[in-house]
Design a protein around this ligand. Structure first.
Ligand SMILES: *Cc1c(COP(=O)(O)O)cnc(C)c1O
Length: 448
């Protein structure tokens, strides 16, 4: 950004910082010169003027990186979101009646069609969906959960805490590794309000294990007249095993619905690849209870989310998700599809950096992230970068200061650019444009 385009407040702040620093130096006897270097001050102003929330290049190989904003949106979702954001919309306006409509009805049809559920509603995020579901179905009553599913998702979201907050009383059954149908049956009583199941998301239990299958859990509830709820966490609309992603235990949303749960909740921005949202699908009665609950007002989704989610769902309905939803495309990428991009990047980096940098292709393992497929390694391709005098940690830190910042990964002392999450068309150029100045500036430091 040239100096005249920089906002005045940023230039002012940079000048003040520079003057303060120079004053301290003079007072400490470290300098006698009162002049400031204009280029240094402008560089500081540029840093100050940068928005705190800005795009980064994800070269970490983690597809659903929660810290990096999870799912990049599909082009169609971006278009719809912009169209709705730019002006006014039918958010709560019924065009036929010329009066008030409901924001909660826009996506119900698409979600029911895609999942087989009777009804559906969307809230701000899945943590909110779980909270609302528990509050609507089990407040003042007991909710029975297996000890193997009392998970902490991260960011202080823990099933026992959310349960307490919702007003439901947690009843734990079974053990960490094994829970049997009889454990649930024994715990059901007069005050039972709900059987609750949670996807383990970020860990796996292996070895001597037993959990009650979804259908069986639902059946146990039905026998006793108790509703059941499944927090799927990630929640996919596709059978990803058919798309070549195997080894995980993600239950597709449709399967959870078909198992008969009264309520199934999942995130909009994990495997689905849409905007941040909590999606609730289930029986008419359960969804209605959620829609009418007073917490709904605090958790309701905003119009940008609804527009982007609707467009994402449209891609699934039209069978275009595999190609056009970035998360699905990135998860399906194989070493075969990634190698051309990685080789090109490798050649460009070699040519631009020269000796004594070493640039090589590596077969690596990437992660789905976002609490999806916790025990599945995705075979991926990375470009490994080393320099005889530079530690990988220094290079990694320099890349975080690039513009836009590049988030890479370190493995066995090498800096890795995993190409899985780069844009297939523009990713190579974008990474080079950002990374090269940052890497070369570390080399200049060395030689100067
Ligand atoms: C990720 C996750 C959540 C929270 O979802 P957000 O969309 O991040 O609010 C809740 N439950 C499970 C099992 C999860 O994996």
């Amino acid at each position: 950004m040239d100096a005249s385009a920089l906002p005045r407040w940023a230039k002012l702040a940079a000048c003040r910082q520079a003057i303060d620093a120079r004053r301290r130096e003079i007072l400490a006897g470290e300098s006698e010169d009162g002049d400031l270097d204009e280029e240094v001050v402008l560089a500081a102003a540029r840093r100050i003027a940068r928005p705190p929330l800005r795009p980064v290049i994800n070269a970490s190989g983690v597809v659903l990186h929660t810290n990096l904003g999870r799912a990049p949106l599909a082009e169609l979702a971006l278009e719809r979101l912009c169209a709705v954001a730019r002006g006014y919309s039918t958010l709560e306006y019924d065009l036929a009646a010329g009066g008030r409509g409901s924001r909660h009805m826009h996506l119900a049809k698409a979600l029911c069609e895609l999942t087989g559920a009777e009804d559906a509603v969307v809230v701000n995020n899945n943590a909110g969906a779980v909270m609302l579901g528990l509050a609507a179905l089990a407040a003042g009553r007991e909710a029975i959960v297996s000890r193997g599913e009392l998970v902490e998702i991260g960011g202080s979201f823990r099933i026992p805490d959310v349960m307490a907050l919702s007003g439901a009383t947690l009843v734990e059954v079974g053990t960490t590794n094994r829970t049997h149908p009889a454990d649930y049956r024994r715990a059901i009583g007069e005050t039972t309000g709900l059987l609750f199941k949670a996807h383990r998301s970020n860990f796996a239990v292996i070895g001597f294990t037993k959990e009650v299958e979804p259908q069986e859990l639902v059946a146990i509830g039905r026998e006793a007249g108790v509703p059941s709820m499944f927090d799927l966490g990630s929640g996919t609309l596709l059978d990803l095993t058919k798309l070549g992603l195997s080894g995980g235990d993600e239950t597709p949303v449709g399967q959870a619905v078909a198992a008969g749960f009264d309520l199934v909740t999942f995130s909009g921005d994990k495997l689905l690849g849409g905007p941040q949202a909590g999606i609730m699908v289930g029986t008419r009665e359960a969804i209605d209870a959620c829609r009418r609950h007073p917490l709904m007002r605090a958790l309701r989704p905003e119009k940008l989310c609804l527009a982007a989610l609707d467009a994402t769902l449209a891609l699934y309905r039209e069978g275009r998700a595999e190609m056009e939803v970035p998360v699905v495309r990135m998860l399906r990428a194989t070493p075969g599809t990634l190698t051309p991009l990685a080789s090109g990047l490798c050649e460009d980096l070699r040519a631009a950096l020269g000796a004594p940098w070493s640039v090589e292709l590596r077969e690596v393992s990437a992660r789905a992230g976002g609490g999806s497929y916790p025990n599945v390694a995705l075979r991926s391709i990375a470009v490994a970068l080393t320099h005889p005098q530079r530690k990988a940690s220094e290079l990694e830190a320099a890349l975080r200061q690039a513009d836009p910042p590049v988030v890479a990964r370190i493995e066995d002392g090498e800096l890795l650019f995993d190409v899985r999450c780069l844009h297939p068309q523009t990713g190579r150029e974008a990474l080079l444009a950002a990374a090269l100045p940052a890497l070369l500036s570390t080399r200049d430091d060395l030689t100067s």
